[in-house]
Write a protein that binds this ligand. Structure first.
Ligand SMILES: [Zn+2]
Length: 401
């Protein structure tokens, strides 16, 4: 059987079935960018490969997937971080021009090329750790032109680098100053003007919102979901991060791909998510950075069979993090996830959180040939180390990249 490339003499974590789907003496064959075989060498067809790669016993996992990022943004919030460490209060920082409004201003001031240029170093760090698919949200423009600009910049990242980008429209992220005291008016703008224009231009693969006491109410969130459904876009939600607004149950009612954060999620929300297969995307970087102490209900999610994904939540204010390897370590140490859950959280479950589980996230025939090849002796090393990158090679769409 002919194929373009055969990676052989490898150990595989296929992420198919239960657990990691380990194959001790495995190979992966690809043609035209897609996997045509992944499994034991002993069961493989006799391949006539144009290129054969001896992996010398290295481990191959699916390419890593970051399913929740705010990678595109203007500026940073390092000075605000410094002020906070020096004891400044939230109000003092806001008065000094800090907070999300400062990121909004810097994002509005940047043009598309500037946003792409500033995001590329962050993207390159994710890629250097085996990242092959990255979700990127809007949400710092908070006006149609600037939200569209952010999404175009997100799409452009996928042209600049050998990486798959999924874009998410997060117009309902925060209230822009021009709508202060008129949140319903801003939601009108999001639903009636921004979302239709963004959908018409094909700029977004999903729609997200921030349902929270300091964000938008469940009623406002539901209006955004209704508009998304009307335009044929799946939904996701920032939910239960700082309080229980029952946003996850609302998201599940709209068949959400994922509900994200979830520190304050209750049993009712878990049951709703379990019933619809909505993924719980946990964001340990934000939990760590804001020194949250309330843990997401991992045991109850596990017991209910809710799929658990992990992501960086890369953003300038609460999670300036660009390492999925560190996210896995934090998922284990802070949230007590197992090694298998951590690795599944940045591969097959992250794919599910993007609605891309038919295309990426496991090593099996028919999926895109996105691979991470690691210099490790056992998969636990990916979760165990901190600040160490054992990536040997990254394959995107069957090509070394
Ligand atoms: Zn976020």
């Amino acid at each position: 059987m002919r194929c373009d490339t055969l990676w052989t003499d490898a150990r595989l974590a296929t992420l198919t079935g239960d657990g990691l789907g380990v194959v001790e003496r495995g190979c992966v064959a690809a043609t035209d960018g897609a996997i045509v075989y992944a499994g034991p060498v002993a069961d493989a067809p006799a391949f006539d490969a144009a290129d054969t790669v001896q992996c010398d016993g290295r481990w191959i996992t699916p390419g890593l997937i970051d399913c929740h990022t705010h990678l595109i943004h203007g500026g940073d919030r390092a000075h605000e971080f410094e002020l906070r460490l020096a004891g400044a209060s939230y109000e003092e920082i806001a008065r000094a021009g800090g907070g999300i409004v400062s990121t909004m201003k810097a994002t509005r001031e940047a043009d598309e090329a500037g946003l792409v240029a500033s995001a590329l170093p962050r993207l390159d760090v994710l890629i250097a750790e085996g990242g092959t698919t990255i979700e990127v949200k809007s949400g710092y423009g908070l006006a149609l032109d600037h939200e569209a600009k952010m999404l175009r910049a997100g799409r452009a990242l996928g042209q600049e680098r050998a990486v798959r980008v999924a874009t998410t429209f997060l117009g309902a992220h925060a209230l822009p100053p021009e709508y202060a005291d008129n949140a319903d008016g801003y939601i009108d703008l999001v639903c009636d003007t921004m979302l239709p224009a963004i959908a018409a231009e094909g700029l977004a693969d999903a729609v997200d919102a921030f349902c929270e006491g300091i964000g938008f109410t469940p009623e406002q969130t539901e209006r955004v979901f209704q508009a998304a459904v009307k335009h044929g876009l799946p939904v996701k939600l920032h939910a239960e991060q700082l309080s229980n607004q029952h946003g996850s149950a609302l998201a599940a009612r709209y068949g959400a791909l994922s509900a994200d954060h979830l520190e304050y999620l209750d049993d009712e929300g878990i049951a709703a998510m379990a019933a619809t297969g909505t993924v719980a995307t946990l964001l340990p970087g934000a939990y760590y950075f804001v020194r949250e102490t309330k843990l997401p209900p991992v045991d109850a999610l596990r017991a209910s069979g809710v799929p658990i994904a992990l992501a960086t939540d890369c953003n300038p204010g609460t999670s300036p993090l660009t390492s999925l390897l560190l996210v896995m370590n934090m998922g284990a140490t802070l949230f007590r996830l197992t090694v298998d859950e951590c690795i599944a959280g940045v591969t097959c479950e992250a794919a599910r959180a993007l609605g891309m589980q038919d295309r990426i996230g496991t090593l099996e025939a028919g999926k895109a040939c996105d691979l991470a090849i690691w210099d490790i002796e056992r998969p636990a090393e990916l979760v165990y180390r901190m600040g160490f990158n054992p990536l040997h090679q990254r394959i995107f769409g069957g090509q070394t990249a």
